[in-house]
Design a protein. Structure first.
Ligand SMILES: C[S@@+](CC[C@H](N)C(=O)[O-])C[C@H]1O[C@@H](n2cnc3c(N)ncnc32)[C@H](O)[C@@H]1O
Length: 272
């Protein structure tokens, strides 16, 4: 039995946890507190699956790009403690108003997740809660500059170049590793982008930052990206554009799953 979850394997054939590396999710879960108002949020099934598989009740889930709080809602529903960070104060206020009173705590911090001072604050919160580390980290960063999330200059979506974005993202990974328990898991949810007539493999570039920081890659999950274009009735125009050009339309994103094993090579980004 794995030590990192509390799945009841007596009925293992019917358990609601996915174990394949291809996630075709036909519909966004809109139940409970999820209303999908935030442009750039992820679908609740992603954090739900990760939380069920890689944490136990009463453990701490951490999200350094909390946005509208999708991970927080799932953590609360599944009886996990939660800590989230976002650069935008109004989103943190929204998240604070959204969580209810349960036996588990949900803490939200306004800050720059690439800044180690923000994580001093997180370490203090953990200490006050009589915890030392978090047991699962879920990172859903801006996809570089595809969606500009705010005017804040520390917002990763405002990085002027891809290299600057990757450097900042790497810093978020380093900070997260600091508060993650050994032998526990960190997931990155990210897609690629298309710029100046070129496919930019942003997903693999972000994956590479995690590898450079010493994390062990356990899985690459490909998930489908249905919905948005269909919702906006833009499927046909995208297909027409593709047929008149030489590229394929993005239909997938990645979930990279890492384990914090022996981090001897952490902080080596600049040397690689
Ligand atoms: C892709 S969204 C996350 C959405 C979230 N998973 C949800 O379901 O609502 C990325 C978030 O990262 C935040 N962000 C950007 N740069 C940041 C930084 N340096 N530190 C903390 N948060 C940041 C943005 O404000 C945005 O809300």
């Amino acid at each position: 039995m794995p030590f990192f979850n509390d799945l009841d394997l007596k009925d293992w054939k019917n358990i609601e946890v996915w174990t394949d590396s291809l996630w075709i999710i036909p519909q966004r879960d809109k139940t409970g507190k999820h209303n999908g108002f935030y442009h750039g949020n992820f679908i609740p099934q992603i954090p739900r699956q990760l939380i069920l598989r890689y944490s136990k009740k009463g453990e701490v889930v951490f999200d350094p790009f909390v946005g509208s709080g999708t991970t927080a809602i799932e953590a609360e529903a599944l009886g996990r403690h939660f800590i989230g960070i976002d650069i935008q104060p109004e989103l943190i206020l929204h998240c604070k108003n959204m969580v209810g009173k349960t036996d588990c705590f949900s803490e939200f911090v306004v800050g720059d997740s690439a800044d180690s001072d923000t994580f001093d604050n997180i370490a203090e919160i953990l200490l006050k809660k009589r915890k030392t580390k978090v047991q699962l980290a879920i990172l859903h960063p801006p996809y570089a500059d595809i969606i500009k999330f705010s005017e804040h200059k520390k917002d990763l979506s405002n990085c002027k170049t891809l290299d600057m974005f990757l450097e900042k993202f790497s810093q978020v990974i380093v900070n997260t590793i600091r508060i993650l328990d050994k032998n526990r898991y960190l997931a990155i949810v990210i897609g690629d982008k298309y710029t100046n007539g070129q496919w930019v493999p942003l997903g693999f570039q972000c994956m590479n930052e995690a590898l450079k920081n010493g994390l062990t890659l356990k899985s690459i999950i490909v998930k489908n990206m249905e919905g948005n274009r269909a919702k906006q009735n833009k499927e046909a125009i995208w297909r027409y554009r593709a047929l008149t050009s030489d590229y394929y339309i993005f239909k997938h994103e990645y979930i990279f799953l890492f384990k914090k094993t022996d981090i001897r090579n952490a902080n080596q980004r600049s040397k690689i």
